[in-house]
Design a protein around this ligand. Structure first.
Ligand code: SAH
Length: 340
């Protein structure tokens, strides 16, 4: 709940306004139970316990990369479902990568999160818990958030917007919008609504192919929408918000890494004024795709640079802790299937 919501509820219970602030501070510290709210009168603690539910996700597993210190959490939610969160340390601070759904219904052919489809969306507080409890458990102060874990943020629009409001609150975790990236497979019907909120976050679009033939094969979300429409939506978003869009592009051997793709991608990126972030594909056991060779990647980058496109290559972190997209949750599902 937001502070004004707690204030309204407590006011309705006849409590003074300062109590709301006390409750909110306890929540921001991740207390497990109302009894721990030691500066509240016992009667109020009992009343809260009778009317509200406090839940703290359980750590099902915590893997720490021996290579770069990346931490990958698998959390158990109140109903037994599990989601992943990754904490990455960079020179400029710690970034947390959060999930926003249990599973995903977008069906991208290279992604582990979508195997098994969508189970349910996370509530705003469940997403907030990923940030809060990753920080409390790891002892690493979180300064940046990427909505790039399991799930499609624009398919859980209202809860994600509420999460952003909560995590941004100066009295709460106080993470600035400029330190938040939201990644989407391109649900363009939501772009206008997002632009209207006028948030200062970075919109990342998972492009992965600049042409309909390749993109529709890789990403079912492209079918019926199309790359042209996506580019128009991106351009309008940029014009409205003034915020530069980032194109995510996972390099897949022999699929989207040819000269043809590079030249078309360059044209698309220039049209939108987008930055291109190349990602070496992470191999997923159930998927046939392989990462591009370093030779192909170099040639691809050179074309983009020659065409004056702003391009970066994402560093791989946590490769020894299954730190990409749904791999840990997937592994746990497989283990429990094998046990049955
Ligand atoms: N649903 C959102 C956010 C989650 S995925 C989206 O589609 O953007 C975060 C990023 O990881 C996306 O760019 C996604 O396409 C990419 N991704 C998924 N599986 C991958 C893999 N095996 N290797 C590299 N990137 C992958």
């Amino acid at each position: 709940m937001t502070l004004p919501e707690i204030e309204a509820d407590l006011a309705a219970m006849g409590e003074p306004k300062f109590r709301a602030r006390q409750v909110y501070e306890w929540l921001c510290r991740g207390v497990r139970d109302f009894e721990q709210m030691s500066n509240l009168p016992k009667a109020l603690r009992d009343r809260l316990a009778a009317n509200y539910r406090l839940y703290r996700p359980k750590v099902l597993s915590r893997q720490v990369s021996q290579i770069d210190g990346t931490i990958k959490y698998l959390w158990e939610l109140y109903d037994g479902n599990a989601v992943e969160t990754v904490v990455m340390s960079y020179q400029h601070g710690n970034t947390v990568c959060v999930s926003c759904q249990v599973g995903c219904r977008q069906g991208c052919a290279f992604c582990a999160s979508t195997i098994g489809g969508l189970v349910r969306s996370l509530s705003a507080s469940e997403i907030l818990d990923e940030v809060l409890f990753s920080e409390l458990d790891s002892g690493k102060k979180i300064s940046n958030i990427v909505l790039m874990g399991i799930g499609e943020p624009l398919d859980n629009f209202d809860n994600v917007m509420r999460f952003l409001e909560l995590v941004n609150d100066p009295l709460g975790m106080n993470i600035g919008m400029r330190h938040i990236s939201l990644s989407t497979c391109g649900l363009i019907e939501r772009f206008e609504e997002l632009a209207e909120r006028d948030l200062q976050l970075t919109l990342s679009v998972s492009l992965h192919a600049p042409d309909d033939e390749t993109r529709s094969k890789l990403m079912p979300a492209n079918r019926g929408r199309g790359v042209d429409a996506l580019m128009e939506a991106c351009r309008r978003y940029y014009e409205r918000t003034g915020r530069r869009i980032s194109f995510e592009y996972a390099m897949i051997d022999g699929v989207n890494d040819t000269e043809y793709h590079a030249r078309l991608l360059a044209r698309r990126a220039r049209y939108v004024g987008a930055h291109v972030n190349l990602i070496p594909l992470n191999h997923v056991e159930e998927r046939a795709f392989k990462p591009s060779t370093s030779g192909h990647m170099k040639a691809f980058i050179k074309i983009l640079e020659d065409e004056k496109v702003n391009v970066t290559v994402r560093r791989r972190l946590g490769s020894d802790v299954d730190a990409s997209c749904g791999q840990l949750r997937r592994k746990m599902q497989k283990q429990s299937q094998e046990r049955q």
